[in-house]
Ligand binder design. Sequence first.
Ligand code: 5GP
Ligand code: ZN
Length: 114
Amino acid sequence: MTDCIFCKIIDQEIPSYKVYEDDKVYAFLDITQVTKGHTLLVPKEHVTDIFEYDPALAGDVFARVPKVARALEKAFPEMQGLNIINNNKELAYQSVFHSHIHLIPRYGKTDDFS
Ligand code: 5GP
Ligand code: ZN
């Protein structure tokens, strides 16, 4: 999709810090680090939100979540936990309309989510 910021990131037209990549998905650091290592996992295929997934795409994307989680655990061994969040549509706080899954490492109960 021509005017999608995440498609441009996947195509390397916009720089990003890569966490994981294969033929189906790309994972990169969120520009706003809610906590250290906050990562977005996106399908390489442009889909707007979860309502556009078919079962094959859902399998491709969600099967990669543990891989990205393990990559984060390796990069940030002090990580104590992980939140996985997926916002769909504006009312639910989606702001980029190329579907993505947030992986937010947790380091302690005092992690700042504001
Ligand atoms: P949403 O609010 O749609 O669930 O999450 C979109 C996320 O994309 C936000 O956390 C925002 O910080 C991130 N984001 C927006 N533009 C860029 C960008 O150009 N690069 C990166 N790495 N992250 C972005
Ligand atoms: Zn896109």
